[in-house]
Design a protein around this ligand. Structure first.
Ligand SMILES: Nc1ncnc2c1ncn2[C@@H]1O[C@H](COP(=O)(O)OP(=O)(O)OP(=O)(O)O)[C@@H](O)[C@H]1O
Ligand SMILES: [Mg+2]
Length: 143
């Protein structure tokens, strides 16, 4: 990714988180992989809804909690993965995710911890905190 605009962002509403996601998309490049972790309902999907919109995708962006993988086609192919409900690495391999890491897709992974051993080194990690009812803190680490 291009140099990130911030290393910590404190958002005070869901719409602010989505908006900051739209803006963040300007810093995302083809081939980028983002590993998102953090509390339940801490805004990971809300943020990514904005990012995916910002990357030029026009339709609805839903959580992949049950589908495991959602794919969007904009200027780039965008892959949105959620590991919350599937902790079996073999199952992820069977789903073909390795292919996503070696191509020029843009990949976002929620609850990414369990996939760390399979991810390339130069990913961007983001951690989300559910601070209070409407406050979410996003920390970003580029490696
Ligand atoms: N500042 C905020 N930023 C983002 N979401 C917020 C904020 N304040 C309140 N919310 C609410 O918190 C919820 C965040 O849900 P979201 O699905 O984005 O979180 P998540 O981290 O993806 O959850 P999960 O762990 O289930 O994947 C939404 O209901 C949203 O309206
Ligand atoms: Mg989510």
């Amino acid at each position: 990714m291009k140099k990130a605009p911030w290393s910590q962002y404190i958002s005070n509403s869901a719409s602010e988180t989505e908006k900051v996601g739209i803006k963040f998309a300007e810093f995302v490049s083809e081939g980028d992989i983002f590993a998102l972790t953090g509390d339940l309902a801490s805004g990971k999907t809300t943020f990514l809804r904005g990012v995916i919109k910002g990357l030029g995708y026009d339709g609805p962006v839903t959580s992949p909690t049950f589908t495991l993988i959602n794919e969007y086609s904009a200027v780039n192919r965008i892959i949105h993965i959620d590991c919350y409900r599937e902790h079996n690495i073999e199952r992820w391999i069977d789903l073909g995710i390795i292919e996503y890491f070696n191509n020029n897709y843009i990949v976002f992974i929620e609850w990414a911890d369990i996939l760390y051993p399979m991810l390339p080194e130069n990913i961007t990690k983001m951690n989300f905190y559910h601070s209070s009812e409407n406050v979410r803190i996003i920390n970003l680490t580029t490696q």
